[in-house]
Write a protein of this length. Structure first.
Ligand code: NAP
Length: 315
């Protein structure tokens, strides 16, 4: 039998947790669903210093603070990997590997995942030197040389974090200019434990059969090959949406990102999308919580109107 809620929120990152806070505070029955621990990418982030109210806070600590806020007005938290979502108009159903749900509104905040580089050695050595999480795995490479691949905020910020643990960090970027925010770049350029290999693509992650030994690549301007020895390879070459279970709803763009209006509404009434899974420019904790607050409130308005409509039809 399906469990019934006014709102089911899928994904318990900062966006989903804020939506749960707003919707349950508006007296809706709320299920906040995740396939794992709440917090999303905050759990993989060392220090967060651009979330107002905290000069600096560890990602997992901010997750806990947000979770405590999210459930204080009675929202339930549950585990389950979503298999499919079906829109039946005035109600929607969700099938997970644990429970099934029937709900009036759905708020989707499943976020994004790190993209693979797609080179030989990447899969083979994942967990044996290849990582997407400096906070989780950086400590394994104490006093070693590590390579970071990418030129965005994640690559440069996580590269800087790694310098606290490792001997030396080499950032390999495919252009001669970083994409990361200026303040993040400035810090990296001042850090003498970081050096850069510019205009270069990594073509292979090398290993000794047991663990990573380095990378091989090529300078894409000169065609000159290069190698770098390293115990750890951290790959930050962008993100992709975790929207697979929702593709059949046909409300994402061709790359899987949800396009919403400023009320976080998708083209299906009663289905909202929030946080990193939305097509947007600035993916930050603060923009995720913004989306969550709006969606929680808009779900309340949607359900109020739905109930008024149903009542009028029954008179
Ligand atoms: P991103 O901004 O998309 O950057 C990806 C980087 O990887 C780019 O430098 C890109 O190069 C490079 N790249 C892409 N495909 C590649 C390939 N096949 N081979 C080699 N390099 C490749 O991704 P992100 O850094 O993960 O950030 C994702 C989002 O989270 C962004 O919106 C970012 O602002 C946000 N974020 C913010 C913070 C913060 O504010 N503290 C921290 C982390 C993330 P090009 O530059 O040449 O395209």
């Amino acid at each position: 039998m399906a469990k019934k809620y006014d709102v089911v929120i899928i994904g318990a990152g900062p966006a989903g947790m804020t939506a749960a806070l707003y919707a349950s505070r508006a007296n809706l029955s709320v299920m906040l669903l995740d396939r794992g621990i709440y917090g999303g990418q905050m759990n993989n982030t060392a220090e967060i210093e651009n979330y107002p109210g905290f000069k600096s806070i560890l990602g997992p600590d901010l997750s806990q603070e947000m979770y405590d806020s999210a459930i204080q007005f009675g929202a339930d938290f549950g585990y389950g990997t979503v298999k499919s979502v079906t829109d039946h108009g005035d109600y929607k159903t969700i099938e997970t590997d644990a429970d099934n749900y029937e709900t009036k509104a759905i708020i989707i905040g499943t976020g994004s995942n790190y993209r693979d580089l797609g080179v030989p050695g990447e899969e083979e050595y994942r967990g044996r030197g290849v990582s997407n999480c400096a906070v989780c795995d950086g400590a394994f490479f104490r006093n070693q040389h590590v390579v970071v691949i990418g030129g965005g905020d994640s690559a440069v910020e996580e590269g800087e974090y790694l310098t606290r643990l490792v001997d030396k960090v080499t950032i390999i970027h495919r252009r001669d200019e970083l994409r990361a925010q200026q303040i993040i770049q400035d810090r990296a350029f001042k850090n003498d434990k970081i050096d850069f290999i510019w205009d270069s693509n990594v073509q292979e992650i090398t290993g000794d059969g047991n663990k990573v030994t380095g990378v091989k690549g090529v300078n894409n301007k000169t065609g000159e090959p290069f190698t770098a020895d390293a115990g750890g390879i951290f790959i930050y070459v962008g993100i992709e949406p975790m929207s697979e279970p929702f593709r059949s709803l046909n409300i994402t763009d061709e790359n899987g990102w949800f396009v919403t209006n400023e009320n976080m509404e998708t083209t299906i009434p009663g289905i909202f999308a929030i946080g990193d899974i939305r097509k947007k420019e600035l993916r930050q904790v603060v923009t995720a919580t913004n989306d969550g607050g709006i969606a929680g409130q808009k779900a309340y308005q949607y359900i109020t109107e739905l109930e008024a409509k149903t009542e009028a039809a029954n008179v």
